[in-house]
Design a protein around this ligand. Structure first.
Ligand code: DHB
Ligand code: MG
Length: 222
């Protein structure tokens, strides 16, 4: 088993060496914890990773599935130019309210739109509306439906869009082929769809740190 204590210490070490103090992001996590929500947000270093990716590809339009308390949303939106746009989808009313507070406090409300409701429905609306394609898509909502969301996010993409999916390793439980855990079943079905997908070039990275042992799948739309 990976040594979680050591990984936490290294994450703290890297955070103190590499990341600036950020009261806005600290308060976002404080509000998330005060609301009794579990620590499901990405880690600070992962947030910075997402922001660097978004800046590197010059993202102007970002889609996020699963706003939660808005922590990754804020990291991603800070990568946007002043005329950029981030649409983030959230099913839970409580999360969306909290995220809106966090986004307002971060001074990012002009860049971010939270759309409430089921991600599948919200994406169908956007597909039917013919919204312009997104440059970066961060999948971080319910893992059960990742296979359904895959075709939808591709429909909302253009050649060159980068899609990143969170939590595809889950302490190695991705290897569990018993079908008992619906989230693992969803992730496994999702990963099965990637290799032979005619529209995608794909890889996955395992990660360790303060969020335990997990990983991202990366998909480049052809
Ligand atoms: C869970 C979901 C997440 O998106 C995450 O990053 C960590 C955990 C969860 O459902 O437990
Ligand atoms: Mg996640």
């Amino acid at each position: 088993m990976p040594d979680q204590t050591l990984q936490n210490q290294v994450d703290t070490y890297l955070e103190t060496r590499l990341l600036s103090d950020d009261p806005v992001l600290d308060e976002t996590l404080d509000r998330q914890n005060a609301a009794g929500l579990p620590p499901m947000a990405v880690s600070p270093l992962q947030g910075a990773f997402l922001q660097i990716i978004a800046k590197s590809i010059g993202a102007r339009r970002i889609l996020e599935l699963g706003t939660f308390a808005g922590y990754s949303t804020i990291w991603l939106a800070r990568a946007l130019p002043e005329d950029g746009k981030l649409i983030t989808l959230e099913l839970q009313h409580v999360n969306a309210e909290l995220a809106q507070t966090n986004i307002n406090e971060a001074g990012l409300s002009h860049l971010i739109e939270i759309r409430r409701g089921e991600a599948e429905k919200q994406m169908n609306i956007m597909i039917n509306d013919g919204v312009p394609p997104f440059d970066l898509i961060f999948m971080d909502s319910d893992k059960i439906n990742y296979p359904i969301y895959l075709e939808q996010v591709i429909d909302l993409s253009r050649p060159g869009t980068l899609i990143i999916a969170d939590n595809v390793i889950r302490d190695g439980r991705v290897l569990d082929d018993s079908g008992k855990d619906p989230s693992i079943r969803g992730v496994r079905r999702f990963l099965d769809l990637l290799k032979s997908h005619p529209r995608l070039e794909t890889t996955a990275l395992q990660t360790v740190g303060s969020k335990g042992y997990d990983g991202f799948a990366l998909m480049l739309v052809k």
